[in-house]
Design a protein around this ligand. Sequence first.
Ligand code: PLP
Length: 367
Amino acid sequence: MKSSSNLSRDWNPGDIWEGYQATSLLEMPGLARAAGVARVFVKNEAERPLGNFKVLGGMAAALRAIRRHAMNSPNADGAAHRRLRLVCASDGNHGLAVASAAQRAGVRATVYLPHDVNPVRVDRIRATGADIVLVDGTYDDAVQCAQAAALAEDCLLVPDTTPDADHPVVKDVMAGYGVLTDELICQLAAAGNVQPTHAFIQAGVGGLAAAIAEGLHAHMHAAGRLVVVEPHGAACVARALREGRPVRIEGDLRTTAEMLACGLASAPALEILLRHRAQSMRVTESELEAGPAQLLAAGGPASTPSGAAGLAGLLAASRQPEQRERCGLDAGSIVLLVVTEGPPDVTTASTAQDTDVHPFPLPSPAY
Ligand SMILES: Cc1ncc(COP(=O)(O)O)c(C=O)c1O
């Protein structure tokens, strides 16, 4: 299966995840009633291996980076391969994906995390065998530490954000998220050629929102809008959209939507979001906190404030007449949401732990 977007991908998800299956797309009439729109569809990424969509990008990009490295080092033996180290920064989920890729490929990994990261997320990453470095600062400080460490120690950096609009690894990460949009295209067609008028997509650095804008634009309604949803105190994509370039926002960025606590948008994501004229909106901490319960009450999956932040955005926008108008929401709107993760404490790192460790050389699929 080729990617439907300009974020090119020449691998199939089945090459990486044995027994690969699309995650569910749920229609949720209760949410449509609550938001005063015609239909609401929810893509449930809690079902994804590792319990969140980040596995699609981080794991695929890391395996591709290892493969590229092996091809560029034809004389390296198995011992040299095992000494290889992947490095990344994360709020939790990207690090888990990269660490799981390292475990699978039989290489080492170091994950840089902000010091106030949820300990459950740290334990899940550590269980893959990765080393953890807690950084006294924000996610953005962890990004800088990971960059510096990768340079100094000659490691493979696997970032999910970058100031470089052409960064190949970050583009691989976003191309991996294209698996989700390819699934959506098939699922919306099967649901009767549904064309969403809106997608409310939560953002940390903007990679997911960009992948959805790029992958789905031809399958949305002609006047379709993508609305980027961010916490009030960490709205770096809104700022970047306003200024036309990533600008780091200050403050401690702390939010109950801990996976969205990012202060600098990713440049390749921003380029795509600007091209697709994405809108943005900010939600309060209490709106974010209410998201998982509202989702559950409507019959949806268990999630977190980060995972349900798109819903928090839709409900906030639908309640405020000005915001409703700005987003073009009305009784005929068809809205797409992505529940981006399940609760981390009940999701097991199944892909990481159940998958055989592949010995050097790496297996042959073209990822
Ligand atoms: C659960 C969850 N939702 C949403 C996001 C936001 O994705 P992005 O940083 O690509 O905007 C993340 C990022 O880590 C995440 O872990």
